[in-house]
Unconditional design. Structure first.
Length: 591
């Protein structure tokens, strides 16, 4: 049962309980068009951008695959394992090159959408929705109240109201929320604020939002959805709200959340990467996706009636984890909005938009388990009637974020097997660490290797170039910036095998029918026993592979992967260290 909205101690004079708003389940086996959705304006230049980002990787991957097949055919025999290896490499390489192409587009496209002036707009009633699930009450609600206060002014036409939507299960947490809300309500009597707690957290976050839409959404033209760890600045919120008000065909305006610095080395490197590399990638993504963008689940402004009409999520048929509640609801909601005729846009120019990230690798992996389960469900929705081709691609891309780890693991195994026992032995006793490509001169071999490395590291390097071009870098910060780049790249490379194993486990568990549910975030620095237990699988794998290399049963080419896996515990402990005093570069938080 859902409790009724609790009114503030001093209710605004104009407040009235609205009529319920219907949010029906969408039919997933038939197209749907919202008659209230106006037509979208033409998007000049989008086709060329999409052809570049989506077409170029296909051409390059096919070329690499053709060259590989030719190499494997040099002995006159083409085995099944070699064909599988080439096909898997082609698929994995496509996503690598696509990231490079998106980064290049972000670097080349320097003209963001011109800012919309508030004075020229009709104001909207915007509800700020803060879903909670046991987070620290005073800090979480207080941060949202500060945003509400910053938006209270006469220099824009919009009206904002805060709704705290609690799904917390612990009675003590609920009492803490009520106490914190009451205190903030007394200290901010001029602000419109409401609190509601659900007795049953049906369908998790998506159900929490849906209940509010049905109960109170009719009174608001738009809603700003936050996460409990969201931090947004006034200007970013107004940029999103203005964009929605200025374009009646836009159903959702999504910012690009940067990662807050946090305290641990893991958090600070994630924050650095999101700013130094991620902003440029997001700019490229916004360019080629256009009005068929994506929803990240938070830090976005959504047209309430469009969302109610188009994005009601049914349960998928069949048992969980592939059936039941759609966990990664945001991608699906964006696809449904676009299917109904509404635009979904990414606005990188809404700069002051942030989110937190788990403190440790353990917390990151635990969150990834839920994301993996939700993204695997997308495979059931890719063929949904009426979806735009780009929406299908976004759903597939979400699934491939995890399936790619399975691909890479299979490729490693195949390369090792073919190199030791295949018809062509490309590792020799004199050069056991580098493959020998027959009939290719050393210069060509070096060029191929450099090309592969460029595709892998290219998005990072291009992102750095874009950041330095757009923002510059103070002289006294250059050493710390370079150090941060080096540490982030090195640690990412060292931890990649460990994260690959965990993602393969997550995919395997999901496809095997294990339901992880919606677990709360892990907090705190783990002890040695916890780390040993958590990283037992990859540590054992790494030590086993090192032993096989030592006795000559496995190619030394896999030794770097083996060592990285064996070092999972110390690497995870290093990532959990407090790095606030380390000489790393930290971007200023603008909110």
């Amino acid at each position: 049962m859902t409790l009724a909205l609790r009114l503030p101690e001093v209710a605004p004079a104009a407040f009235a309980v609205p009529e319920p708003l219907a949010m029906p389940d969408q039919v997933l086996d038939a197209p749907f068009a919202d008659p209230a959705a106006p037509g979208l304006a033409p998007e000049p230049g989008r086709f060329a951008a999409r052809l570049f980002v989506l077409g170029m990787p296909g051409v390059i991957s096919l070329a690499v695959g053709w060259i590989s097949l030719g190499w494997f055919r040099l002995d006159g025999v083409l085995s099944v394992a070699e064909v599988v290896l080439v096909a898997g490499s082609l698929l994995a390489y496509y996503w690598v090159v696509m990231s490079f192409a998106s980064a290049m587009l972000g670097l080349l496209w320097r003209a963001p959408m011109p800012p919309v002036r508030s004075a020229n707009l009709t104001g909207m009633d915007v509800a700020i929705l803060l879903p909670m699930y046991g987070e620290p009450a005073a800090a979480t609600i207080g941060q949202a109240v500060r945003l509400l206060s910053a938006l209270h002014g006469r220099d824009h036409p919009h009206r904002f109201t805060l709704h705290v939507l609690s799904d917390s299960r612990d009675p003590e947490a609920v009492r803490a929320e009520e106490k914190a809300f009451a205190s903030l309500r007394r200290t901010h009597p001029a602000q419109a604020m409401f609190y509601r707690h659900r007795d049953l957290n049906t369908d998790y976050k998506s159900g929490n939002i849906r209940d509010w839409v049905c109960e109170a959404g009719a009174g608001y033209e738009a809603m700003l959805i936050l996460d409990a760890d969201s931090l947004m600045g006034r200007d970013a919120v107004l940029t999103l709200a203005n964009a929605l008000a200025a374009d009646p065909a836009c159903g959702l305006a999504q910012s690009v959340p940067r990662v807050l610095p946090g305290t641990t080395l893991w958090q600070r490197l994630q924050s650095f990467a999101s700013q130094a590399y991620g902003v440029n990638l997001a700019r490229g993504f916004a360019m080629w996706s256009g009005a068929t963008g994506n929803f990240l689940g938070h830090n976005a402004v959504i047209r309430t009636r469009a969302f109610a009409a188009a994005a009601g999520l049914p349960h998928l048929p069949g048992p969980r984890p592939m059936g039941g509640v759609i966990l990664s609801h945001d991608f699906v909601e964006a696809a449904l909005l676009r299917r109904a005729g509404w635009g979904v846009r990414i606005l990188p120019e809404a700069v002051a938009s942030y989110e937190d990230t788990p403190e440790t690798v353990l917390g990151y992996v635990r969150r990834d388990l839920r994301w993996c389960q939700g993204n695997m469900q997308h495979l059931r929705l890719v063929t949904m009637p009426g979806l735009r081709p780009l929406s299908r691609f976004h759903l597939l891309q979400g699934a491939m974020a995890y399936l790619s780890s399975v691909w890479w693991l299979c490729l490693l195994v195949l390369w090792a097997a073919l190199g030791e026992s295949g018809t062509i032995s490309y590792f020799t006793e004199g050069n056991p660490l580098m493959p020998v490509w027959p009939d290719l001169p050393p210069v060509t071999q070096g060029a191929l290797a450099a090309f592969v490395v460029a595709m892998l590291l290219g998005p990072k390097l291009i992102g750095i170039a874009a950041h330095l071009r757009d923002n510059g870098l103070p002289r006294d910060s250059r050493a710390r910036f370079v150090l941060s780049v080096v540490v982030e790249i090195v640690l990412s490379v060292l931890m990649a095998p460990m994260l690959m194993v965990h993602q393969v486990r997550a995919v395997t568990r999901t496809l095997a029918g294990f339901d992880g549910g919606w677990a709360p975030h892990l907090t705190g620095r783990p002890g040695l026993v916890v780390l040993l237990r958590f990283h037992a699988v990859e540590t054992a794998m790494g030590l086993g592979l090192c032993g096989l290399v030592a006795i000559g049963a496995l190619t030394p080419w896999l030794l770097p992967v083996a060592v990285c896996l064996a070092l999972a515990v110390p690497l995870s402990a290093l990532a959990a260290c407090d790095a606030r005093r380390w000489p790393l570069y930290s971007f200023a938080v603008q909110a």
